[in-house]
Design a protein around this ligand. Structure first.
Ligand code: SF4
Length: 391
């Protein structure tokens, strides 16, 4: 302490509070973080942490552990394939318990930015892998298994430094493309949901802050979760949030544990006003009886509720469902009703992906017709919604 506290002279009364009111003016309580709210804890209430020792020892690791002092910690040699955790094709109750109560902390060893060219110019090395939500069609667990909780990478400084170097090496973007007319777009959330990661730590905040200082580039991530804490991150237009949307009946059946679709739409203006670019992922488009009617209703709802300032800058990606044979088999065990709409062998064809998985997509002609129809629905119900790409 630099100076001793002032004391009253002996015999003098202490200074009276003006008008007899106690002089107890206090700073107003800072706005409590959403991440500390009961709603956030319903999504993620970490009781168990599996961690690489180096991750635990890092500043980010220590910051995360300070949030969960009661959590039981198990040290692991690597964040990949923790036998008591990953895999697990059993029932959803078990996955959800693991996804909502368990966290993995690791150090990302390979930092590589990959070209994309569809949704983004580049896929940045993500700050996480895994998700606390459990969408029935999700491809994220494909390598770690279905009970794939969030793994947070604690070497965020290295990830940010890598991305900065990559952006600077590109120089300015001179040719507009479908990703963005001016900025190099980096997807920062390929293998998880950055909004949910932000319930646990500042990895998402750090990337958003980094892109704030990169005028030739823009971060981008898709999300199905509305996290109001992101509104305070001041992205200054250098982060694009893509709210994923599908007809609410589909979402109730397929988007397990996510924010309701109406809530995602209602958040769009707040995110724009907070400095984000706000786009929409119309995805996945699932073909089933009544799909055209329900997408028309969703687009009409967008047209009705979104203010012009959101519409003026919005763009959309349309992504038709890609499913997977092993995921189909797993889903039959816990959520057969989802498979009634996801698995349509008469309309789908199988394709072996690069990693050997048997992916299932709508047959070419069916897909072509569906995309044409989506374009017509957009033209009729939300003509302001520019399509960045359809796949
Ligand atoms: S929100 Fe995204 S990452 Fe999470 S389960 Fe759903 S599709 Fe997968």
């Amino acid at each position: 302490m630099d100076q001793p506290p002032a004391e009253s002279a002996p015999g003098e009364p202490e200074q009276q509070a003006l008008f007899g009111w106690p002089d107890t003016a206090q700073e107003p309580d800072p706005q409590p973080s959403f991440r500390d709210s009961p709603a956030a804890r319903r999504m993620l209430d970490v009781r168990e942490v599996y961690a690489e020792p180096a991750a635990l020892d890092s500043p980010r690791g220590r910051q995360i552990m300070a949030r969960f002092p009661e959590a039981r910690v198990t040290e692991v040699a690597g964040h990949w394939r923790i036998p008591s955790l990953h895999g697990n094709e059993g029932n959803i109750a078990q996955w959800v318990r693991i996804k909502s109560g368990t966290l993995v902390l690791g150090v990302k060893q390979t930092l590589r930015t990959r070209p994309n060219g569809r949704s983004a110019d580049w896929i940045a090395p993500g700050p996480s892998n895994g998700c606390a939500m459990a969408c029935a069609y999700c491809y994220v667990p494909r390598r770690k298994g279905y009970a794939n909780p969030i793994t947070l990478f604690t070497n965020i400084e290295a990830i940010v430094a890598h991305v900065r170097r990559h952006v600077r090496a590109q120089g300015p973007k001179t040719e507009p493309n479908q990703c963005d007319p001016r900025a190099w777009v980096y997807d920062i959330g390929e293998n998880g949901d950055c909004s949910v990661d932000a319930l646990v730590c500042d990895n998402t905040a750090d990337l958003i802050a980094a892109f704030r200082g990169l005028p030739t580039a823009k971060a981008s991530f898709a999300t199905k979760f509305v996290n109001p804490d992101l509104l305070a991150l001041d992205p200054q237009g250098r982060t694009r949030v893509r709210f994923s949307l599908m007809p609410p009946d589909d979402a109730r059946l397929l988007d397990i544990r996510t924010s309701p679709v109406a809530e995602r739409i209602a958040a769009a203006a707040d995110f724009l006003d907070a400095g984000y670019e706000v786009h929409f992922n119309l995805s996945p488009v699932v073909l089933r009886p009544g799909w055209q009617r329900d997408w028309a209703a969703l687009l009409t709802h967008l047209d009705d509720v979104l203010p012009d300032r959101v519409k003026d800058q919005a763009a959309a990606e349309i992504i038709m469902l890609t499913h997977n044979r092993s995921l189909h088999e797993v889903n039959l065990g816990w959520h057969p009703r989802a498979e009634e709409v996801l698995w349509q062998p008469d309309a789908q064809e199988t394709k072996r992906s690069q990693n050997g998985a048997l992916n299932v997509r709508y047959a070419q002609e069916i897909k072509r017709q569906a995309l044409t129809r989506m374009g017509q629905l957009l033209a009729s119900h939300a003509p302001w919604l520019r399509v960045r790409y359809a796949f």
